[in-house]
Design a protein around this ligand. Structure first.
Ligand code: ZN
Length: 378
């Protein structure tokens, strides 16, 4: 929620204080002052689903997408990102995903990962989902597991239950969300596998976090119903002209419509699906080429929701900050407040462009230019 004009003091990687009319500039402390007039200050953005190490490969080896780079995130205001495997858990591995998460963390942003894979039985590091969540700091949940998709492992109800149960126990014991990220395909069953998994058990719909829920109109309407029953839903912001022409509900429009339908902002999130493969087909269904999902589409969609679809700025920002942070159990992220992590974005008031990005107290982007680049970026 908007809290009006405030002074914000950062010390190290933490928000040390927020209040009115601090006068540190005239103190003897070695402070750097950033003038926020003409800007909106928001929490750093949280992207709940990124293929850090690339994904795809559905058109053969040459269609495996590349790794993301630091500025793919930071230039779009993303200061926290969650990495997952995708369709391919054979040549993409959890060890590689974890290594990339550590690399991005040391380059400047905060990263987490999900253990598991599209397929069930899930890939894990220790051989067990619960153990992975308890023993490996960066793992906060499991997935994306694929349902209602021709690329899924066609998991049975019992298999989905076992994954959720293992993630639940691991999450409780490690003080993490234990969320189950679910890749929603275009299949007829849509969310039926999740309703069946929950029925007759102690599992809760809220533990499941389905993504790509704007894939087409039918899936979107199923998403609204899921949210009405208390579930949380995620819309994917990376897209292509082909997808939009063939029934995808643009993430910005989906957010606007879901809010107008009465779904609360804390149940609605956007994620980029960054570095996923986005195949481009012609009208005959022939593969023309591939595009790569972009982390920067996350904020572009939130901005578009405000500018084109008249969503309140605070609701649009909630979908990429407070809502995903709460669902993922990231207590230090997604909000502005004393003792929370110093992840901040300044948006220009006139055009809502990302101007300044601070992650863990470090200035990474200023005047929309990257001050810090990834190790191998030029
Ligand atoms: Zn997916």
């Amino acid at each position: 929620m908007p809290i009006g004009k405030k002074d914000v003091v950062l010390a190290g990687n933490t928000i040390a204080a927020m209040g009115d009319d601090f006068n540190l500039a005239s103190s003897n402390l070695p402070v750097t002052v950033i003038d926020g007039s003409g800007y909106y200050l928001t929490p750093g953005f949280v992207d709940s689903l990124v293929h850090f190490i690339g994904g795809g490969g559905e058109g053969g080896f040459a269609t495996r997408t590349p790794e993301m780079q630091l500025t793919d995130a930071t230039l779009g205001g993303v200061t926290t990102a969650i990495g997952v495997l995708g369709t391919d858990a054979t040549t993409r591995t959890l060890t590689n995903l974890l290594a990339k998460a550590h690399a991005l963390e040391s380059e400047g942003i905060s990263t987490y990962c999900h253990t598991g894979s599209y397929e069930i039985p899930c890939r894990t590091l220790t051989g067990n989902i619960t153990d992975d969540l308890i023993l490996i700091d960066k793992f906060i949940g499991v997935g994306e597991i694929a349902i209602s998709d021709h690329r899924s492992s066609q998991p049975t109800t019992d298999e989905i239950r076992k994954v959720a149960a293992a993630a639940r126990v691991g999450g409780i014991l490690a003080g993490k969300s234990g969320v189950v990220s679910v890749h929603m395909g275009a299949g007829e069953r849509i969310l039926q596998p999740l309703y069946q998994a929950v029925a007759g058990t102690e599992l809760k719909l809220k533990q499941f976090y389905p993504t790509h829920m704007n894939r087409n109109r039918r899936v979107f309407e199923a998403a609204l119903e899921f949210a009405t029953k208390g579930g949380v839903i995620d819309f994917t912001t990376s897209t292509t002209e082909f997808d939009l022409k063939h029934g995808e509900v643009a993430a910005a429009a989906a957010l606007a419509e879901a809010l107008a339908f009465g779904i609360t902002p804390m149940q609605l999130t956007l994620s980029s699906d960054g570095n996923a493969s986005l195949p481009i087909y012609n009208d005959d269904g022939e593969l023309l080429g591939l595009q790569v999902g972009s982390v920067q589409s996350l904020y572009q969609s939130a901005r578009d929701a405000v500018l084109t679809h008249k969503v309140a700025l605070s609701d649009a920002i909630c979908s990429i900050t407070a809502a995903p942070a709460a669902i993922l159990g990231l207590k230090q992220k997604g909000r502005l407040g004393q003792n929370l992590d110093a992840d901040l974005v300044l948006l220009r008031r006139d055009d809502l462009a990302v101007d300044t990005v601070i992650a863990k107290g470090k200035l990474l982007v200023q005047q929309s230019k990257a001050l810090v680049k990834g190790t191998f970026e030029r």
